[in-house]
Design a protein around this ligand. Structure first.
Ligand code: GLN
Ligand code: ZN
Length: 770
């Protein structure tokens, strides 16, 4: 076996520095390019990535460069590789049963009556993976040689890469049971049948030239999955006993990022016949000494794969030293997770203030940091003293820079009292809102955004480049708002929205209008599939220099007699989808954002807006993976939302929107938000969440989404009516709202209009029946 390199990254962004993969994939979906063209672009992208990583100092032939490319999602890739695609996509397989791009993309996006795989958050990140469906009937068989071909492709270019695959335990732990599976079935029960296919995969990777393979097992850090840490550890013990004993395999690195390995899993992996274990040392300490480490390499994930701060190399070094004390055969430096969660390169941000830029590290800078730490491990700490000192100096500079602390912001936060965090009695609010709003039963609404057409994006870009002046851009947006209001009146929706055409992104828009934030030009991070977001950088104390949304909302309201919802993004989501300062507790930062939003709500109310939605789609995603960390998180996150909204009058209806259907997990927190109406994703899980809401005792208004906006598929009237039937059967009629799963910005107008028409028609049907 070849030794593990002294430094590595656990994965690299896949979308390309200029989102080349997005463009290529979307062109292919649109039918303008064939598969071969797409494959060529992807090959080029992988080649560029390898050359770049080698240029940054990772070795060409020592397996330090990961092969972590994916066309869409690594969980989908793993499921497809082992043949675990649901029956409804069987017809799309190749003649020999292989799963090619067409089947892969269809499983991701759906087609006709075939709904796509469900999508959900990858651990506590803003990345979304596709949820495999696995049942008793699932036949596991090696069904794709894509990864082996990528290894061979790299080999041909002179690279020995380390292929990265989601490991068998995590694949099963993240899967859901197929509809055909018996009640209580757990996909993890299929481990024994799955392992031979992984063994076959490993052999094929070895044959293609891989010396090492990386199996990602973040399930082993989580306390938030259906299987308990103890069950997962037992599964890991079994899985790696079998894979370790497999013939003709590469050396195995099991990587467990995102939090600290459970003690059980740590013991299981240490004892397993594998060659290396990667630990996340940014979200958990160095684990305790256990048996079995003597022959293994421990990869210390000390360079944070999830934030963009340059970090503290001295602290990283000390952690590596402590890791070295555990008795392993070797220590290597690494990132805590894949770098897929950070943008490519700070050098692509010439517009950032140079002082701020000097505090940052994106994927390329983090790779360089790993290379530095690796050099230290090889040549001694003295060899890297200069780099370590420079990182420490940047950190000290950040902590003392102007704007990082703003006296007025701090004084206001310090003066808050408990009364600032609570609204009036819910019953009084219901009465006041009934009088003020006079809505029908089953009120229909949307989540906020309407399709962001090419025209809107072009106008925004033109305005950004100075080609369209402020007045013309303003007029363009007003015309757009007027069009969207007209459309909603035609469709017969009850609560209208202005459509959010002025917003590039629901967080960046606020970041651009609040002090304490910076925005990037090319800092894209994959959110799911071909979608990427550009998280803002929250580096200083937050305040609102002027009203942000009031003009747009009041203009929209002036065009209609129906209520128009004001539309804000909540503090938790603003934090979750930004890269946030790490020099103070998140709770403090969240309250600063909450106060800025509170002022915005007061201004919206004063401008005559009677319904205000404060989106918190990220509330669930930030939930810590460790149960012991969850109460503190839920406390500050809920409080920041309440701080933002508690200034609203009783007659003002506060809505919130959450982008997932795992309602049961955070029900107490959702209830504690005390929003008058909560809209939530439900369609993709076919309304499963409705049962959870009903049994939870949740009393406020709730809109379980009746159609999935992640897919271009138009739901039929029957389908929507079916979900509504279920909702009104299980929930009191007065509680139920009718809305799509999420905003419509990623959709086209054709499907949007058809879908909303069906939504309104279905609502009429159900209203007549009740
Ligand atoms: N109001 C936002 C929109 O409609 C909500 C988006 C979201 O939940 N991610 O686009
Ligand atoms: Zn949403």
């Amino acid at each position: 076996m070849t030794a593990f390199p002294a430094g590595t990254i656990l994965g690299y962004p896949r979308i390309g520095r200029r989102r080349e993969l997005k463009r290529a994939v979307e062109a292919h979906w649109a039918g303008t390019t064939d598969e071969a063209t797409l494959e060529r672009t992807a090959t080029e992208l992988r080649r560029t990535t390898r050359e770049r990583l080698a240029g940054l100092g990772l070795g060409r032939d020592d397996s330090s460069i990961p092969e972590s490319f994916s066309y869409y999602d690594q969980v989908l890739d793993a499921a497809a590789t082992v043949g675990a695609l649901p029956e409804r996509f069987a017809a799309l397989r190749d003649q020999d049963g292989g799963i090619g791009l067409r089947a892969l993309f269809t499983a991701a996006r759906g087609e006709g009556e075939n709904a796509p795989l469900e999508m959900t958050k990858w651990f506590d990140t803003n990345y979304h993976y596709l949820v495999p469906e696995i049942g008793q009937e699932t036949v596991f068989a090696l069904s794709s040689d894509r990864l082996a071909r990528q290894v061979a492709e790299a080999k041909a270019d002179g690279f020995t890469v380390r292929p990265v695959v989601v490991g068998p335990v995590t694949l099963l732990a993240l899967a859901k049971a197929t509809d055909a599976a018996p009640a209580g079935f757990s996909p993890l029960s299929r481990l024994e049948d799955l392992l031979p296919v992984y063994a076959e995969l490993l052999a094929s990777l070895r044959a293609a030239g891989a010396d090492w393979v990386q199996l990602d097992e973040p399930a082993l850090v989580s306390e938030s999955l259906e299987s308990t840490p103890a069950e997962l550890a037992v599964a890991a013990e079994r899985a790696y006993a079998v894979l370790g004993a497999a013939a003709d395999r590469p050396a195995i690195l099991v990587a467990a990022g995102y939090a600290q390995l459970s003690p059980e899993a740590w013991r299981a992996l240490a004892a397993a016949p594998i060659e290396a274990i990667a630990l996340d040392l940014t979200r958990g300490g160095v684990p305790e000494r256990v048996d079995g480490l003597a022959g293994k390499t421990l990869v210390g994930g000390t360079v944070d794969g999830r934030n963009i701060w340059r970090g503290d190399l001295d602290a990283a070094w000390q952690k590596l030293e402590r890791l070295g004390g555990l008795g392993a055969a070797a220590i290597a430096a690494g990132t805590s997770t894949s770098l897929q969660h950070v943008p490519h390169d700070v050098a692509d941000e010439p517009g950032l203030d140079p002082r701020l830029a000097s505090w940052l590290a994106f994927a390329d800078q983090k790779t360089a940091q790993v290379v530095t730490l690796a050099a230290g491990l090889r040549d001694g700490r003295a060899a890297i003293e200069g780099e370590v000192a420079a990182a420490s100096a940047a950190l000290a500079d950040r902590l003392s820079a102007p704007g990082v602390r703003d006296g007025a912001v701090r004084a206001r936060a310090a003066a808050l009292t408990e009364a600032d965090f609570g609204r009036g009695d819910y019953a009084d609010r219901v009465a006041a809102q009934e009088t003020a709003l006079d809505l029908p039963v089953l009120p229909t609404t949307t989540i906020g955004s309407f399709p962001q057409t090419g025209e809107i994006r072009r106008a925004r870009a033109g305005h950004g480049r100075g080609e369209i002046d402020a007045a013309a851009y303003q007029q363009f947006l007003r015309d757009e708002i007027a069009r969207v209001i007209d459309l909603q009146e035609d469709l017969g929706l009850d609560v209208l929205v202005h459509g959010e055409a002025e917003r590039n992104d629901m967080v960046q828009y606020f970041a651009e209008n609040l002090d304490g934030f910076a925005v990037t030009a090319n800092g894209w991070v994959q959110s799911y599939g071909s979608r990427a977001t550009r998280p803002s950088i929250l580096w200083g104390d937050v305040s609102r220099p002027a009203p942000i949304t009031v003009d747009w909302s009041s203009f929209a309201q002036s065009l209609t007699d129906k209520p128009v919802k004001g539309m804000l993004t909540g503090p938790v989501t603003i934090l979750a989808w930004s890269f946030v300062r790490d020099d103070q507790p998140l709770a403090e930062t969240a309250n600063q954002v909450g106060l800025a939003l509170r002022d915005e709500i007061a201004d919206l109310e004063a401008a005559g807006i009677g319904i205000i939605q404060v989106d918190e789609p990220a509330l669930r995603e930030l939930l810590p993976l460790k149960q012991s960390d969850q109460p503190a998180y839920l406390d500050w996150s809920v409080r920041s939302f309440r701080l933002a909204t508690a200034g609203a009058a009783d007659a003002t209806q506060v809505h919130t929107h959450l982008c997932y259907s795992e309602f049961a997990v955070v029900i107490d927190a959702i209830a504690a938000l005390d929003a008058d109406v909560t809209s939530i994703e439900a369609a993709r899980s076919r309304g499963e969440v409705i049962g959870d809401i009903a049994t939870s005792g949740f009393t406020h208004g709730v809109g379980p989404g009746v159609y999935d906006i992640h897919s271009p598929r138009v739901p039929s009237v029957d389908e929507v009516a079916g979900l509504l039937d279920r909702a009104v059967a299980e929930l009191p009629l007065r509680q139920v709202w009718v809305n799509p799963d999420c905003g419509l910005k990623t959709r086209g107008y054709d499907e949007t209009v058809d879908s909303l028409r069906n939504l309104v028609d279905a609502t009429r049907l159900i209203r007549e029946k009740t």
